[in-house]
Design a protein around this ligand. Structure first.
Ligand code: C5P
Length: 400
């Protein structure tokens, strides 16, 4: 799977460094050429000798050590790498990379590389949820660093919570998935809905919602980059159409329903990220409604639930829905997952800062048919699109 790939594994000084031994071993078995860089603190947990034996290459721990080969120095290693994986990534190395500090070999090499950098944070829960660390991770995710979220569970320090390094198998699988993203949706037809609908009251007014379309546009763009034929049915949005995506613009829920049903038969995957109005005015006035002295009453009637309809019709399609909630997130999301016959639902509490409408970031939980619930940390909508597609492609592979 990784034949010909050059991977630099950076190891920083946390107890989870021992798991990096198995990560390097698995990368080698998958065919990668691996070079290990350790921070000084990491060498307190595992000896460089262990990594030298497993990787079959010299290990660099010191900026100033005498080079054994001319090319074992930070710029050469930075250029050599196809991908950098830092596992475990401590709060310290994350902070240094996010702040542009390059004061030892690992941070200096990362700063000099143009390769993709993946970070697998592992630390005590209180450190992990410290806003300084979460802000640093967010900042890095916004500029294209890939963050592999830690697991929750009992940590070495005796505390229970998020911060545990995922199992080496999970980390290596994630790395493989991200590296092979380029084409993992080739030949697949993907239908995405995005933005909110507008339900007219009269020629100048409508009932709408706060959806910006950012999440749906990020998903459509990410799916196209991974080789899919993407059609996006979008409500009004100021965002530019993503390159390589066929965009069908609609206004109302009824128009969105028709456009979605036209495409549904061809689709392998449908992602409904649009915020569809549940109700529309019963009467649409042909003329602008005039102001009067008294109150006016609007009568609304129910819109069709497009996704529920797709859930009834689905044959081969993988269906993914979104649930934007302001309370009882998991209860509502689970109910929608089941009622709409979805394979996966992405739930977010839109009252949280950094989540939901018009934000550049999102904080979601992913719920699956088999009852699994995954909590993802705050990240940019672009990074989230990639992470969601990783999970969706895994579902598509399993359903074949
Ligand atoms: O029921 P609720 O609107 O909260 O469900 C959200 C999910 O259902 C989203 O994926 C949304 O795109 C979809 N939906 C739909 N048609 C509607 C309402 C919501 O497809 N009328």
């Amino acid at each position: 799977m990784l034949t010909g790939k050059k991977v630099v594994v950076g190891i920083s000084g946390g107890i989870a460094a021992y798991k990096a031994v198995e990560i390097v071993s698995r990368l080698k078995k998958a065919g990668a050429e691996v070079r290990v860089v350790m921070t000084r603190a990491a060498t307190q947990f595992v000896t460089p000798l262990t990594f030298r034996e497993i990787s079959g290459n010299p290990v660099v721990c010191d900026m100033w050590q005498e080079p054994k080969e001319w090319n074992v120095e930070h710029i050469a290693l930075a250029n050599w790498a196809d991908v950098f994986l830092i596992a475990p990534a401590t709060a310290n190395i994350i902070g240094k990379i996010a702040s542009g500090i390059a004061d030892e070999f690992l941070s200096t090499t990362v700063m000099a590389t143009k390769a993709m950098v993946m970070l697998a944070p592992a630390m005590n829960s209180n450190m992990y949820i410290n806003p300084i660390v979460t802000d640093n991770l967010l900042r890095l995710s916004k500029i294209g660093y890939q963050i592999i979220p830690p697991d929750s569970g009992m940590l070495a320090c005796g505390v229970e919570g998020p911060g545990r390094l995922p199992e080496p198998e999970t980390i290596v699988n994630t790395l493989v998935r991200i590296l092979t993203r380029g084409s993992d949706l080739a030949g697949k037809k993907v239908l995405v809905t995005a933005a909110g609908t507008r339900e007219p009251l009269d020629p100048v007014r409508y009932i709408g919602n706060r959806s910006s379309g950012k999440m749906g546009y990020a998903l459509a763009s990410a799916a196209a980059n991974r080789g899919a034929d993407v059609v996006m049915v979008s409500g009004p949005s100021n965002l530019p159409p993503p390159p390589g995506v066929v965009v069908k613009k609609v206004e109302t829920a009824a128009e969105m329903r028709q456009a979605v049903l036209d495409e549904f038969g061809n689709a392998d995957l449908v992602i409904k990220a649009a915020a569809v109005a549940d109700y529309r005015p019963s009467i649409v006035s042909k003329q602008k409604i005039k102001k009067t002295d008294g109150k006016i009453t609007l009568v609304l009637e129910k819109n069709p639930d497009i996704l529920a309809e797709l859930g009834e019709r689905k044959v081969k399609q993988i269906l993914v829905g979104f649930a934007a909630e302001t309370e009882d997130l998991l209860t509502h999301a689970t109910e929608k997952l089941n009622r709409k016959n979805l394979d996966m639902i992405v739930a977010n509490d839109v009252t949280l800062p950094g989540a939901g409408f018009d934000s550049d970031t999102n904080i979601v939980r992913v719920l699956y048919q088999d009852g699994r619930i995954e909590e993802l940390p705050q990240m940019s909508k672009d990074s989230l699109a990639g992470q969601l597609l990783d999970r969706i492609t895994a579902l598509m592979t399993n359903s074949n």
